[in-house]
Design a binder for this molecule. Structure first.
Ligand SMILES: [Zn+2]
Length: 277
């Protein structure tokens, strides 16, 4: 599932490929996507048809395309979604649910085999209050995400473990299973540690670790295990740099002890029982 670094990589690609381009037409599959919601074709037409892409940004795991129509397109890639700019003459891949025809005979295509993604249009003035963005906590790459803000947020929890905290998009937005495991390893914190008992020194270490693992993953253009590809259809390189994720039984890169896996909230966490306390 794409997390913050993968979505950031796509946002940077799309900024280069899309800003200033005109959308001539809009086509949708009509199939239901995330939360069983089909794309609203009428709203999408109002937002995009005849409009120019003015800006491409990211918030947590959402891509935001600001249009000259005063609308925004808000895209979530879900489990298997991808966005790519392709020649209009090339056959549309299976599971293309949204296609925006652009100038210069190209199309922006949203392809999502598993249909957990979403492709929404909002008036720009309604974006911050949308169901999707209004619930999100701070983006870990935003200046507002400081070590002391993290500590305050940790202290406001009641009994949840630190892994669950990191995956909760209302607390910190954009981290998923891969980077939660990696950040906890780098910070030397056990995934079952109680979030509200971490203390200032460990919160500061975790804050630094989160920023480091995300920055490294962005520099490597994201982690590709199964589906993730960037806007040019290329896989990322970061899977080679991961220290613990999906490395159960392999030696810890720091102490040599065997790495372990445990299940939390139905998701696997990978960790070193010696380095992480
Ligand atoms: Zn170790």
């Amino acid at each position: 599932m794409p997390e913050l670094p993968e979505v950031e990589t796509i946002a940077r690609d799309l900024r280069r490929l899309l800003v200033g381009r005109h959308v001539r037409n809009v086509a949708i599959s009509g199939k239901p996507l995330r939360m069983c919601r089909p794309v609203d074709g009428g709203e999408l037409e109002r937002a995009a048809k005849g409009a120019r892409v003015e800006q491409v940004t990211r918030r947590a795991k959402y891509l935001i395309l600001r249009m000259s129509s005063e609308y925004v397109l808000l895209v979530h890639l879900g489990m298997s979604g991808r966005l790519a700019v392709e020649p209009a003459a090339s056959p549309r891949p299976r599971h293309t649910h949204v296609s925006l025809s652009l100038d210069r005979e190209e199309e922006l295509r949203f392809v999502d085999p598993r249909r957990f993604g979403s492709f929404l249009a909002y008036p720009a003035s309604a974006l911050e209050d949308s169901d999707e963005l209004s619930v999100l906590g701070p983006d870990p790459l935003d200046a507002s995400f400081t070590a002391s803000a993290l500590l305050a947020s940790l202290r406001a929890t009641h009994g949840c473990d630190i892994k669950a905290f990191l995956l909760d998009q209302r607390r910190v937005a954009g981290i998923g299973n891969i980077y939660a495991s990696e950040a906890l390893f780098l910070a030397g914190i056990h995934p079952r540690a109680r979030a509200n008992r971490l203390g200032a020194a460990r919160a500061a270490r975790l804050h630094e670790a989160i920023q480091k693992v995300l920055a490294a993953a962005i520099a490597n253009r994201g982690t590709s295990f199964r589906d993730y590809v960037d806007a040019a259809g290329e896989r990322g390189d970061n899977q080679r740099q991961l220290q613990v994720f999906q490395r159960t039984g392999q030696p810890c890169p720091v102490c040599g002890n065997r790495l372990k896996r445990l299940t939390q909230q139905g998701r696997s966490t990978f960790y070193c029982p010696r380095c992480q306390r």
